[in-house]
Design a protein around this ligand. Structure first.
Ligand SMILES: NC(=O)c1ccc[n+]([C@@H]2O[C@H](COP(=O)([O-])OP(=O)(O)OC[C@H]3O[C@@H](n4cnc5c(N)ncnc54)[C@H](OP(=O)(O)O)[C@@H]3O)[C@@H](O)[C@H]2O)c1
Length: 259
């Protein structure tokens, strides 16, 4: 049983809703002290209040991952409130859609500065405290989109998610001497608030293309993140864990339908 996150200090960026909130909830349920980070104060506060139910240790910090000094303040607050930083889940990400013909320089800058540069700023800010932890852990939320698959409108998003993995493969070597590991979870289609808004038909069609015949839950990603952050995963670094219900495996519709 993975119980090694009990009492650990965990930061989750992009945690006021969606996958980040799910990751934060899983860590909180397993006894970690969690700092929920997002830009919108009301949503971050509401999320932390909801996750605190039952006496869990969750608090909110308002910060933008694209702002280096806000990330430094985030790390300072985590150390002050929770006694250090053991685990950073660099999850904040955006996925605006734009076709190749329309994609502007500003579109590129927005996506890359949040998904890649912002990820780095959060890691850089947390590093001094992670080095002091006995076995610091960094878990990135990448995606199947980019590293494995493609989806129209998400060329820049896919490039940013693949870039996270390129970053990770060098970072894991630089961080090894501090005993810090860095790994990435690659979610498939996960049922978040945003996806629920697209309606039951969309969900049914997507579920039909997944061998396990359902979308993922935010808990599915939280459990994968918790495994990569556990003591038991201490010899795993620079690796990817696809959590997609088998979505990326059928080589054709025929393969899916014959099963
Ligand atoms: N949903 C999926 O099926 C799926 C699949 C594969 C990968 N992913 C990845 O999973 C991650 C989360 O996706 P999601 O679907 O859960 O997204 P979401 O529901 O839109 O939530 C995004 C979260 O990130 C925060 N955020 C956005 N920009 C931020 C910034 N600059 N600084 C700090 N916080 C920021 C948002 O709060 P504020 O707006 O208040 O800042 C919110 O809490 C992303 O990295 C995404 O690429 C998602």
């Amino acid at each position: 049983m993975l119980n090694s996150c009990e009492g650990k200090s965990v930061i989750v960026t992009g945690a006021s809703k969606g996958i980040g909130k799910g990751i934060a909830a899983v860590f909180a349920r397993h006894g970690a002290k969690v700092l929920v980070v997002a830009r919108n104060l009301d949503q971050a506060d509401a999320c932390a209040a909801e996750l605190r139910a039952g006496g869990r240790q969750v608090s909110a910090f308002v910060g933008d991952v694209t702002n280096r000094s806000e990330m430094e303040e985030m790390a300072r607050v985590a150390v002050e409130r929770n006694g250090g930083i053991d685990i950073l889940c660099a999850n904040a990400g955006i996925f605006p859609q734009s076709k190749l013909e329309d994609m502007s320089g500003a579109d590129w800058d927005t996506v890359l500065s949040t998904n890649v540069k912002g990820m780095h700023f959060s890691i850089q800010a947390a590093l001094p405290a992670l080095k002091r932890s006995k076995g610091g852990r960094i878990v990135l939320t990448s995606s199947i989109t980019g590293p494995v698959t493609g989806f129209p409108g998400w060329a820049h998003y896919g490039a940013s998610k693949a870039a996270q993995l390129g970053f990770m493969r060098t970072a894991c070597i630089e961080l090894a001497k501090y005993g810090i590991t860095i790994n990435a979870v690659l979610p498939g289609n996960i049922k978040t608030e945003g996806l629920t808004d697209l309606g039951a038909d969309y969900e049914r069609t997507m579920a039909a293309s997944i061998p396990l015949k359902r979308l993922g839950t935010v808990d599915d990603i939280g459990h994968a993140a918790m495994f990569l952050a556990s003591d038991q995963a201490g010899y795993i670094t620079g690796q990817t864990l696809i959590v997609d219900g088998g979505q990326t495996l059928p080589e054709s519709l025929e393969a899916l339908n014959q099963a």
